[in-house]
Design a protein around this ligand. Structure first.
Ligand SMILES: [Zn+2]
Length: 340
């Protein structure tokens, strides 16, 4: 995107700032800058941690008529590095307060940066990934290993009542699934929804497995879709892609997509796939051994989340065999009832 169009006025006093990401398949992330009636700006999310991203943010703020020091608060939809990367820079350069949902902060606390690698190894072993592929995936992750760029203790916990910041009123809505404590924000004055990565216009967000504290992330994600139904915002402002309308229609599409995937995962398990790795391979979501990369974790996590929901519904069962979890069909009916 050219710097000329880095800041777009998308609602009254609301700017969409498009910041670059280093991924060809996901080239940008949206940060929203909300002008406050009393003073300054509220940001929704904070972009990727890179020099190019920091310069793009300053450039975009400048186009909107602001500087970093004007930021009064940063509301984080979730803790993924494409949304939180510039938090340390903003902590240094502004006096802003930072807000994050309690489960999201708790998850970050459970997996401190020094445990990042051991956590990933545990996760990949449970998914049934071979030692050589674990090594290859960890190596590929080095380039994107910005697992954490700030301490969760440096953020406030988002309350679940209206947040009023310099006269701008926002209602947090808990939408776990894409991450343990993902949060959307409804601007009740403008009737617009900042949807983070929970609802996107062109792609479905990755829903993966995090830890034992969240035994059914896809079930959580679908319940979060239900929580947004009927809100009828005038516009949805997503974390990636353009502003869109017709939220309920998009939620229907996303739910139908997962219903269809649940059917396919069931068929793959019925055909004999045992581990998350085998299921992801059976679904065609993983390249062969030579092709594993950092995206492999997303493919594995997505297969895993579908298996967990099927287990929750009694369609499959699992148990640990050594370090790996093995899945099997329970034979409970040939079809899966999905409430959407
Ligand atoms: Zn994202």
């Amino acid at each position: 995107m050219s710097s000329e169009s880095r800041a777009q006025l998308v609602a009254d006093g609301t700017w969409r700032l498009v910041l670059p990401l280093p991924f060809p398949e996901l080239p940008s992330v949206n940060v929203y800058a909300l002008e406050c009636p009393q003073r300054g700006l509220v940001l929704i999310d904070a972009g990727w941690d890179s020099q190019a991203s920091a310069e793009a943010l300053e450039d975009a703020l400048d186009q909107a008529g602001f500087v970093v020091e004007d930021i009064r608060a940063v509301l984080l939809t979730h803790a993924h590095p494409d949304h939180c990367g510039l938090v340390p820079m903003l902590q240094k350069r502004s006096s802003a307060k930072f807000w994050m949902e309690a489960d999201e902060a708790a998850w970050l606390r459970r997996i401190p940066p020094e445990r990042g690698t051991s956590y990933r190894i545990w996760w990949l072993q449970q998914a049934g990934v071979s030692p050589s592929n674990i090594e290859a995936i960890l190596e590929a992750l080095v380039s994107v290993a910005k697992f954490r760029t700030f301490a969760p203790d440096d953020v406030e916990i988002t309350p679940f009542s209206d947040l009023v910041i310099s006269g701008r009123r926002l209602r947090p809505i808990r939408t776990p699934g894409h991450s343990p404590g993902h949060t959307c924000f409804l601007d009740r004055t403008e009737n617009i929804l900042f949807s983070g990565d929970h609802v996107l216009p062109d792609i479905t967000p990755n829903v993966g497995y995090y830890d034992e504290e969240h035994p059914d992330p896809l079930g959580d994600f679908l319940a979060s879709c239900d929580a947004l139904r009927g809100l009828a915002p005038d516009a949805v402002l997503p974390g990636h892609g353009g502003v869109f309308t017709q939220l309920d229609a998009r939620l229907e599409e996303v739910s139908a997509h997962h219903a269809s995937r649940l059917e396919t995962v069931t068929q793959v398990v019925d055909a004999g796939a045992t581990t998350v790795w085998e299921v992801a391979r059976g679904l065609g979501w993983l390249a062969d051994d030579a092709g594993v990369d950092y995206m492999s974790m997303a493919a594995l996590g997505e297969a895993w989340a579908h298996l967990l929901l099927l287990e929750h519904r009694g369609r499959v069962a699992s148990g640990l065999h050594g370090a790996a979890r093995h899945w099997r069909s329970t034979g409970a009916g040939g079809s899966v009832v999905v409430s959407v």
